[in-house]
Every structure is written in C-alpha cells, then in structure tokens.
Design a protein around this ligand. Structure first.
Ligand code: FES
Ligand SMILES: [Fe+2]
Length: 338
C-alpha cells in the first residue's frame, strides 16, 4: 500500500492573474488544444477563428489544400484578421484595422499604403504560425513548436478506438456552459467517478458506479463504467486528454468537450455534439447531458467558493478513485516547474 497523495495547494486555484499568466504559457501554449471540427474549413480559403485560453487563433485551408494555423494577430499593430467565427476568403486574409493583407500560408503580401521605409521588409512580418493536427475529423492546435506530434499524445486513445470511424461524423449541435471556477477545479471533477453516487442520481441509475474505473495511459485518462443495462445514450466509455479535452463517447456519436479557461476564475465548457449523417442528438441524450452538466457545474462552483474562502489548503486523494486527479496534479506541477 502506498500513501494517499496530497492535493495541490488551494492557492493554485484562486483568481490570481499571475498564476493565470504562468498557466497560459506553461500549460495552454504547450499542449494540444481542441480547435474544432474540420467541416468549417474543408474548402480552400475557408477559415475559422477561436480564442483558446486567451490566445486568439485562426485556422485556414490554403489554396494548396493544406490546413494551417496562426495567431489571429496582425504583425502591424496587433489588429484582428477576422471579425467573425468563420468564413471564406479569396486567397488573402486582410487585417480589419489598416488592411495589411496576408496570403493563406501566412506571408505578408501587401502593407496597404504604407509609404517608403528603408528598413521595412514585408518578408519579416508574416503571421505567427501555430502547429495544427487533423485527427478523425477534428482539428487540434499547439502554440509552441516544441509540443510533440499530436499522434503521440493521442496514441493511447487511438488504440482504444480502433475500428471506430469518427471521420464521417458531422457537427449536430454546439453548446456553451460558462462557470465561475478555475479550469482545474472542473477538470479534476471530470477525472473521477468518486462523486457519481452523491452528485449524479440519474447517471448513477445508468452506470454501475462501484465499478467505475479511470486508467491513465500517457497523457490520456480512460474512464470505463459498466452500464446497468443497455442504454441508447451512454456507452460507458469516456476519455480525457491533458490538459482540458474530454471525449464523451455515445453509442452512435461523440460529444467533444473543451474545458476552456477564459480567465483565472472563469471557465467555459464548449460541447460539440458529433453524429453520423442523418442522425440527430436524441432528446434523452440532451436531457441526461444537461442534468449531469448542471450537477457538475453546481458542485464545482461550490467547491471553488470554498477554495477561495481561504480555510482549506491541501487535502488527500483516494488511491482507489482519484488516481487520474493525482496524475493531473502531477502534470500541473511538472509544467509549472518547467
Ligand atoms: S493592425 Fe493590422 S493592418 Fe494595422
Ligand atoms: Fe460529474
């Protein structure tokens, strides 16, 4: 028997701009982040914009068919290149502020009406690239060039999903759930089934929570919980990828979950429901999903208020139920120590 791990200190979960700045750099810029589904960028010239952990990003399909990612930040005076979530252009991305124009591979084509300058070379002012990966119809991005290839990160999950073709799923529905909590408070809740019997009566009726298991494999956590009886909504399989992506696997489709920090004390869950052609998200799926989400949001906000109250510092993690929480906290520690 080994001893139950200590939790991270509560100070790391508080609404602290310095901690947030550290985590944006050490965790979110150095990990693969779910960007979205490929359907918005299938054709050359199509682009999609998304802000992830405070980084405004843009993914665009080039004239050559290659998908590329950039910071959605102009090299002139930091204007935004786009003003909406997605769209299509004719081969140039034009900054909204003063009209600098970039080719879809990120080169500065023209600095509109800039006038003479002896030492201004447009070749030095291309868009700042980010890594992109395409996996089973989904797009992931990594800001730092040092992040290892996505296929390595996701390999443990790929092994579990062999034979499952998600490439043809379509986005059926997108929902957002804002929460007043630090992103880690929510992620830790996602990483254990210990709270299921007390917090989720409807889910507890569907799965055998006493046999809920969470197994870490590299940067992936695999959740498995046997169903009490066959269920059209759940398959009893969920997965998570460090630091903040959830894969909620349904019988027919999938719900991708981005546990997206929008500041130190605020987090937004983005749910992307993906289904095969012609299949809707069933009303019972949404009822159960909404019930479980609101139960989770309620408890994590209450936990956050208690972490903020300043009484609690560190606790202990159950080896039986909270191994993935301990692994997550280890990854956080490691990332922050750099
Ligand atoms: S900030 Fe983009 S053109 Fe000026
Ligand atoms: Fe939960």
């Amino acid at each position: 028997m080994t001893s139950a791990p200590m939790t991270l200190p509560a100070a790391l979960y508080r609404n602290d701009p310095d901690q947030w700045a550290k985590e944006r750099n050490a965790i979110f810029a150095r990990s693969w982040q779910l960007f979205g589904h490929e359907s918005a960028v299938r054709e050359p010239g199509q682009w999609r914009a998304e802000t992830i952990a405070g980084y405004p990003l843009l993914v665009v399909r080039g004239q050559d068919g290659v998908l590329r990612g950039f910071h959605n930040v102009c090299r002139h005076r930091a204007g935004p290149l786009t003003d909406s979530e997605q769209g299509r252009c004719d081969g140039l991305l034009v900054c909204r502020y003063h009209g600098w124009a970039y080719t879809l591979d990120g080169r500065l084509r023209a600095a509109r009406d800039f006038g003479p300058s002896t030492d201004f070379d447009p070749r030095d002012y291309g868009l700042i690239p980010v890594q992109t990966a395409h996996w089973r119809g989904l797009i992931f991005v990594a800001i730092s060039p040092e992040v290892a290839p996505f296929v390595d990160w996701v390999a443990p999950l790929d092994r579990r999903l062999e034979g499952r073709d998600w490439g043809r799923l379509e986005v059926r529905l997108v929902r957002h759930h804002p929460m007043d909590c630090n992103w880690k408070t929510y992620v830790e809740n996602y990483l254990e089934g210990y709270h299921v019997p007390s917090i989720h009566p409807s889910l507890d009726a569907e799965i055998d929570a006493s046999r809920y298991s969470v197994t870490m494999d590299g940067l992936v956590a695999i959740h498995e919980a046997p169903l009490r009886q066959e269920n059209p909504v759940y398959e009893g399989l969920w997965a998570w990828l460090w630091p903040n992506t959830g894969f909620n696997i349904y019988g027919l489709g999938l719900m991708m979950e981005r546990m997206g920090p929008i500041g130190p004390g605020r987090t937004r869950l983005d749910y992307i429901y993906l289904m095969p052609e012609g299949v809707e998200v069933s009303p019972e799926t949404l009822v159960l999903s909404d019930a479980v989400t609101s139960e989770d949001v309620e408890i994590v906000q209450a936990v956050q208020a208690n972490l903020d109250a300043g009484v609690y510092d560190v606790g202990r993690l159950s080896l039986r139920h909270e191994g993935a929480v301990a692994a997550f906290q280890g990854f956080v520690r490691q990332a922050l120590e750099g």
